[in-house]
Design a protein around this ligand. Sequence first.
Ligand code: ADP
Length: 420
Amino acid sequence: MPDNSYVLVINCGSSSLKFSLIAPLTGEALLEGIAERLMTENAIITFKYHSNKASQKPNKEQQSQKTILKAPFDHKTAIAQLVEKLKQNQLINKISAIGHRVVHGGEQYSQPTLITEDVKETIKKLSKLAPLHNPANLSGIEVAQQAFKNLPQVAIFDTAFHQSMPEKAFMYALPYNLYQQHSVRKYGFHGTSHYFVSQQAAKKMNKSIEQCSFISAHLGNGCSVTAVKNGKSVDSSMGFTPLEGVMMGTRSGSIDPGIIFYLVEQLNYTLAEVNQLLNKKSGLLGLSQLSNDCRTLEKSALATEDYEKSRLAKLALSVFCFQIAKSIASFSASLTSLDALIFTGGIGENSSFIREHIIEHLSLLNFQLDPSLNLTTRLGKSGNIATKNSRPCLIIPTNEEWVIAEQTYRLIQQLNKSNS
Ligand code: ADP
């Protein structure tokens, strides 16, 4: 692989910009980081270096450097500081393309897409479906286009992998014109992650992805479950927005929509307050009244000094595990066979407690964990944590940045080939 074939992956949010410089075929990251609290005077940018030579380890200071972001503290300044760092470290010439994570691709995009003016216009139009995400993703694209004028830029959509869902899975039982005229349907999110872990799971099982069926549970701050049949998504728990499905760190997941009328009509909530309640104040945080962080809740559930605090932490965790188990069981309706269940995301990869309490509801699907494998498989390890007689239950650490880098690289190669 030529020395300049690294891909700069950009994931731009409304107040943050994550970046990583990645070797697309191996997933090796040379530099990564995040600019946070953008648009405020407390904006900071953190750079984390990785040496590309195994023998030459970066020193502690190099490994993670936090720098105050210069005024006007915006995405453009963040990219400018990133460009400066890339130049200082002679990395700028290693970049062959930029890959952007874009949350919503609607029904238009099911593949990695070279960003043109038309594509930007469509991403802008799709902002009505993802008002918090697409405008931020678009501003990331625009500042990167200004900073890296000669490099191709590619969009990888979070919804793309789920475009293979059949109609019976993506339609809501609402008047049909809401779909036809206003695009109201299930889209599914976390697609890049579900794609990556199902590909890795097939490799682990020494089977081709076309011969495999999986249920994949991505459990992080956001959580979603997806059924993958022959390498394609056939159903997913998140819906029109990432609010649907299982409960999450601060999101409620699916609730009776009647609760919203009750909040507005009887308790005088405004729609903005309902939005805030369901997206930011519910889920693990709302039920426990303590935290959205699974580690904090696990500690509190075991603590004995405050009975009520511990009771609510246990309650939040048990509702969480039960909802996820029910979602996993329900996806068996989309499959005719099941090779393995996959856990990924910060909670799925690390919490033996959560995995145990999900699996205890799934004995009918022939899942049974090996307690010692469950305890020891964490911190970036992958493997099967089920007993020999059980259906496999795999831990696969996700790597969305690598997928974005690889798909960007392959698309550019393909376009170069067809142009030559
Ligand atoms: P995001 O969706 O923001 O990318 P992550 O995938 O990093 O989030 O997941 C964050 C969640 O993972 C938090 O709830 C955190 O408590 C949980 N988590 C991380 N490490 C552990 C651990 N060792 N045990 C339990 N939960 C963990």
